[in-house]
Structure formats: structure tokens, C-alpha cells
Design a protein around this ligand. Structure first.
Ligand code: HGY
Ligand code: MN
Ligand code: MN
Length: 412
């Protein structure tokens, strides 16, 4: 049976109704009412397909399609359903519903896999709300512990732990829920490409060879708040201008690097007091650095720290730099990539091997199992934006490839 594009579209449109900013892109931040409603909707669709649902205290959902030998380590698939602010409706959700469609197809064909197949929705893949990405998949693989939930605070001062407690998830169960790492035979995630390479080459399927990893820092600059008119240009200790010079230094270092793939971004900034006629005394901003090479990323971070020292000394301001995470890039499972190529050949689907500039839950899952990813194009490479869009036929083709390869994996 082939994937049904109309069914996929219907699921994607329905989950998109759980949105804090209708008409202005999709906003479904982790641990918000929109996120909880979307979770309930997804669980109902899983139940309607006869999946056995498991959950944990950080909001991960695991929908089990029982295999003939459920005692064997299962095969995992799925992605995330939280979004960035004013983002798109396919980043994450395409992978969750492609996985659900695979189960629907298998059931229609009367096929029961040897190994159970789990359709998962990992909580908090986006870092937008708390500065920590992949909260759910980090917890599963043991990259974070209960204390990290208390330490991870957003600019409003809320911690993940407090929000989970307030919303009834009992995060004090963390050590019990994640006391042992799950035995997983393999993990395969479908995701939109979030770049335009597939579109430019007019190919519908990408097979991801490696996943770039982020280093995320929070930088605070402390200058002197003073009058925008009364303070001469020579007398200023302007926290924003120092931040701006640091951001341009980051851009210059990333562009000058000879790394195969490296990026540097300042995406969030808060100025105090934030008034047009006051020189900012404080600037608090995010630094996001990604690369497929851990060494290149570390080199860039070190070079940037030297520049921050120099810039703040020259400007007579001080700074604090906090590292939130420093993840290691992941080279996707050669074995699963081979199966993907075999399945693509069988389905007569042209494919392209490519790296992922974005990180994904698979970056974490690679700690506990063989992990790989399938990409489908997104129009003009646009993502993390309301204009994010895909061709449903591409998603259907990607789902067919996901189905064929999950079948191979679950029979191993
Ligand atoms: O930011 C990322 O790479 C991912 O899309 N959350
Ligand atoms: Mn994203
Ligand atoms: Mn994503």
C-alpha cells in the first residue's frame, strides 16, 4: 500500500489548529496549553490506530505498534510537535504523521512486524522557550538529569521543573522514569530539510549522512545606562553596541571558517531598559553555533571568546558568558543508510546523500541506538517561518521510503 497524501494533509491541518498565533504562523511552545491539546489530539489518533500509548514525566509520547516479538528491542520512529514562535506546520509534525501513516499502511496490509515499532513524539525539541533543545530525547538518552530541569530557566525566570510540576507531570519521578536507557534496535526519523538543496536539485528525498550539533551560549553585557542625548559618543558604555560588534564578529568568524559546514546566529536579544532615548545598560542575547565537525565548532567558540574579551575591554563594558549545551555532531548509521538506499532503489525514488545543518532528536538518539534520517524538501528552503511549506507528494514519497525501511529494520 502507498502512503495517502490526503490523510497526511488532514492530520497536519488538524494538529495545526492547536496554535497560539493563528494566521501568523504556528506557535506551539513546549508545555503550553496548545502543546498539551496537540498531545491529546495525537494520542487519540494513536489510539484510533490501536497503538499502545506510554508516556513519561517530561511529556514524551511513545505509541507502540506491537510486533510478533515485542520482547525484542523495538524500532523507533517519530519526531516532535512543538514549534518555534510563528513557525511552520511541518517542522517535526511531518515526521510524526509520516510515522503514523506507516502504521496505518501496515495495518491495512495486515502486516505485523517482528519487532514492535514505536511512533514517538519527543517533548521540547525546539530550544525557543527554555534555551535547552531536545528536552525529551536528552532525558531518554541520559544527557540531562533532574537537576538540569531545575537549572534550565527562560528569560522570564521559569524553570522546566517548575512548569512541569505546575502542569501535573510530576518531574520528581525523573530518576525513576529514566533510570535505565531503553533498548532500541534502530531509530529512523523523517523531517523536512530546512534548506533548499533538494529543491535546487529537484530531488524529493534526502538521506542524511550527518547531523550538525549546536553549541548554545547566553551572553550578558553590562555597560552604563544613560541619556541618549546628553551622553557624548566618547563617554558611552553602550551594552547594545558591544553586543552588535560581537554579533558581527561571530558572522565574520563563521564565514571565514573553512569548515565543511558551520553557522553562527544571534537569534534572541533583550535590552535593558529597552527605551528609545536610553543607552542600554544591559544586553542579554543568545549565541547559536553549529557544525558537522566538533573541532571546527570548538575552534569557532574559542575564537569568539577571544573577540568578546577584546571588544568588551575596548568598550569598557563587562560580560558574562554561559554555555547552555555543547553537543557532538552525529554521523548517521551506515547500516540504516544502506537499507534506505536499497528501499529507494526498490521504490525507484531518486535520493541525495546530504548533511543536516539543523539538529534533531536523532542527534540525541544516536547515543543509544543506530539512528538515521530521511529528508523531504521544503519550499525555497524556508523553515522556522510561517511561509514553511511542502509538497504533499514529497511527503507521501518520504513516507513510502520510511515504511519500506522500517519494515526491513523490524524484520532484522
Ligand atoms: O534549531 C534546529 O536546528 C531545529 O530545527 N530545532
Ligand atoms: Mn525546528
Ligand atoms: Mn525539527
Amino acid at each position: 500500500m502507498k502512503a495517502d497524501a490526503a490523510q497526511l494533509n488532514d492530520w497536519l491541518m488538524r494538529i495545526d489548529t492547536f496554535n497560539a498565533t493563528p494566521g501568523e504562523g504556528t506557535t506551539r511552545a513546549v508545555y503550553t496549553k496548545e502543546f498539551y491539546r496537540a498531545r491529546e489530539y495525537l494520542k487519540k489518533e494513536m489510539q484510533d490506530l490501536g497503538l499502545e500509548i506510554h508516556e513519561d514525566c517530561v511529556g514524551n509520547i511513545y505509541g507502540e505498534y506491537k510486533g510478533r516479538h515485542p520482547e525484542c528491542p523495538p524500532v523507533w520512529t517519530g519526531s516532535h510537535i512543538d514549534t518555534v514562535p510563528h513557525g511552520g506546520r511541518y517542522d517535526g509534525m511531518a515526521g510524526v504523521f509520516a510515522a503514523l501513516e506507516v502504521i496505518r499502511m501496515m495495518k491495512s496490509d495486515g502486516y505485523q512486524p517482528k519487532r514492535s515499532i514505536f511512533v514517538n513524539a519527543y517533548a521540547g525539541e525546539e530550544m525557543s522557550r527554555f534555551g535547552m533543545c531536545c528536552i525529551g530525547s536528552r532525558a531518554i538518552v541520559g544527557r540531562i538529569h533532574q537537576q538540569d530541569l531545575k537549572d534550565a530557566r527562560n528569560m522570564a525566570g521559569e524553570s522546566i521543573f517548575d512548569v512541569l510540576s505546575h502542569d501535573g507531570f510530576e518531574p520528581e519521578r525523573f530518576n525513576r522514569d529514566f533510570s535505565t536507557k531503553p533498548r532500541v534496535h534502530a531509530s529512523l526519523e523523517l523531517h523536512i530539510e530546512q534548506n533548499r538543496i533538494l529543491q535546487d536539485k529537484d530531488i524529493s528525498i534526502g538521506i542524511v549522512t550527518g547531523i550538525c550539533a549546536p553549541t548554545n551560549l547566553r551572553c550578558e553585557i553590562h555597560g552604563i545606562q544613560s541619556h541618549a542625548g546628553g551622553t557624548s559618543m566618547e563617554d558611552r558604555r553602550d551594552a547594545f553596541m558591544a553586543s552588535a560588534e560581537i554579533a558581527l564578529a561571530l558572522e565574520h568568524l563563521a564565514k571565514a571558517s573553512d569548515s565543511e559546514y558551520i553557522t553562527g546566529t544571534v537569534g534572541a536579544m533583550k535590552l535593558e531598559p529597552g527605551a528609545a532615548n536610553v543607552i542600554p545598560g544591559q544586553a542579554d542575547f543568545s549565541i547559536d553555533i553549529r557544525s558537522i565537525s566538533a573541532q571546527d565548532k570548538d575552534d569557532l567558540v574559542e575564537a569568539l571568546q577571544r573577540k568578546i574579551d577584546e571588544i568588551t575591554r575596548n568598550r569598557g563594558v563587562t560580560y558574562q558568558l554561559e554555555q547552555l549545551n555543547n553537543d557532538t555532531p552525529y554521523i548517521c548509521s551506515p547500516h540504516i543508510r544502506e537499507l534506505l538506499h536499497e528501499s529507494a532503489k526498490e521504490l525507484e525514488l531518486p535520493v541525495l546523500d546530504m548533511i543536516s545543518g539543523a539538529y534533531h532528536d536523532s542527534l540525541m538518539l544516536g547515543d543509544i541506538t543506530d539512528a538515521a534520517m530521511i529528508f523531504i524538501p521544503c519550499k525555497d528552503g524556508i523553515s522556522h517561518d510561517r511561509k514553511e511549506s511542502i509538497d504533499m507528494d514529497d511527503l507521501a514519497k518520504g513516507t513510502d521510503l520510511l515504511a519500506a525501511t522500517l519494515r526491513r529494520l523490524s524484520e532484522e
